[in-house]
Ligand binder design. Sequence first.
Ligand code: SAM
Length: 343
Amino acid sequence: MRSMDLQRLICPARRTSLRADVTAIEGDDVIEGVLIAEGGGPYAVRGGIPDFVSDDVARSQTVQSFGQKWAKHQYYREHTRDFYTDWYLQRYGFVDRAGLRRALEDVRFALDAGTGSGRDAANFAELSDATVYAADTSREALGVARREVTNPRVAFVQADLNHLPFPDEFFDFISCDQVIHHTPDPRTTFENLRRKLRTGGTICCYVYKKKAVLREFTDDYVRDQIRDLSLDQAMRVCDGITHLGQALARLNVDIEIEQDIPVLGIRKGKMDLQRFFHWNIMKCFWNDEFDFFTNHIVNVDWYHPEHCFRYEPETFRAWFDHGWNVQAWDVQHAGISCRARKV
Ligand SMILES: C[S@@+](CC[C@H](N)C(=O)[O-])C[C@H]1O[C@@H](n2cnc3c(N)ncnc32)[C@H](O)[C@@H]1O
């Protein structure tokens, strides 16, 4: 991390400034060292990434699950970048890259909260002049992302969203996409993010939507079966699920549901059979643009993490009832996206 980006970090526990004891530097990039705080820390900088994650958080099942995912799937970002970038731009009402560029025009500091492979952080840096902090609990994710994302304005930091090493009201823009529902108490995490956003700043936040009855049952049932397994073992257990998704997609047939089945939360209408299964019976994701391994990771990273909360749209919308001006709202089968300005 560039030394000027490092200097803005604070001790998340004491909220005091940090003194850097640097042992390796490349150009302006601090590679190794330790961050010392009065009464807190110390926090190591390893491989250019400062580490603020406590042992308790690092050991949690969800954090471990994602760590194993990112260690296993190193080309995930490249393989899925265009698909997920387009989806992001639509859901938050930016429409296209020019729209996102306009929204980021005056942004000095942006946070990609739960950056994973760093795809969105790279987009934010490319489309603005902002310094983009990309935070994640997973060192494996950050290690891969730091290798791949070469823009010097992206600064990677290993941190839990509930204990971020930044002053309150620091960020002009926070994106927390497909992450907050994996934290132990998403509502509290949301308030913690809100504190880090300046008044007038913008947040983009996505949560999973509650699905139909059978799908919710299968989700919880499979999660219960595999949560204590390693990701490798879980992938073996779930192998048939991805194969089923592939087989259903290959049929390429629509099913016509002639009337609503309210007791099961199933809506009438015409739908591809694989999609029908996926949304109503069990997550069996399949996208022909991805290889089998990537499709399988998408399925397993749904079932494996212990924390995976799903929301009714009105419950999520209520998060924005006070102190927010909602600018974009999008509800899909998969999840709910909201862009809002803090007022
Ligand atoms: C499904 S991935 C989404 C990654 C990225 N936002 C994207 O859209 O590709 C969820 C990410 O959230 C991270 N994560 C989960 N809990 C977290 C927490 N408490 N603090 C920071 N990151 C967290 C995981 O390590 C993982 O990389």
